[in-house]
Design a protein around this ligand. Structure first.
Ligand SMILES: C[S@@+](CC[C@H](N)C(=O)[O-])C[C@H]1O[C@@H](n2cnc3c(N)ncnc32)[C@H](O)[C@@H]1O
Ligand SMILES: [Zn+2]
Length: 164
């Protein structure tokens, strides 16, 4: 699956994932994560009918989630050493490069940066990074140095920091 000229979706370490088709500069916009903004009750409904769809939803604010079904965000994998961060815009989420990304490299973000203290979801991580945390949980569970670095990089939206 091709998304514009810069991104493709293909098999990676953890199922399908987003792969850069051209180099992306540090600080550059990677893509907009489109989707439907839904409330928590809707996400619970997804969980009951289709766990995968529920798990794919991105936290969008204190009371809402962004459902990326059918859009590129549905293929965004987690890494404990991510090369991208999520930025909240008025009606969408955006992926920005935290460092230069090579052609052929998978684009990943850290799921914990979008999990507030009231998000109970966890993931057994298989990112393979030297600093892999093993379990991905909410941002309040991050090691103090990781949290400090993410704050400095503005990799955690305010509505998540507000829950910690
Ligand atoms: C938004 S989807 C990403 C697309 C997914 N790889 C696929 O093929 O459908 C998120 C799901 O991918 C898997 N995943 C993503 N990153 C992972 C990681 N670092 N370790 C283990 N599983 C991961 C988990 O099943 C997670 O719920
Ligand atoms: Zn990991």
């Amino acid at each position: 699956m091709r998304y514009g000229r810069s991104l493709t979706v293909r098999q990676v370490r953890n199922g399908l994932g987003i792969v850069a088709q051209r180099p992306i500069a540090k600080g550059g916009v990677i893509c907009r994560i489109r989707g439907r903004v839904v409330n928590a009750a809707t996400v619970w409904g997804y969980w009951k009918r289709d766990r995968r769809r529920g798990e794919n939803c991105f936290r969008f604010d204190a009371d809402h989630y962004l459902d990326p079904e059918g859009e590129i965000g549905a293929w965004a994998n987690h890494s404990c050493a991510p090369n991208a961060r999520i930025v909240r815009g008025p009606r969408a989420l955006w992926l920005y490069a935290l460092r230069p990304i090579r052609r052929g490299e998978e684009v990943t973000h850290d799921y914990s940066t979008l999990l507030g203290a009231d998000d109970v979801w966890t993931l057994r991580c298989n990112c393979g990074e030297r600093k892999c945390r093993g379990v991905v949980a909410h941002a309040g569970r991050l090691h103090a140095t990781v949290l400090r670095d993410y704050r400095r990089l503005e990799a955690i939206p305010d509505f998540i920091l507000d829950t910690l």
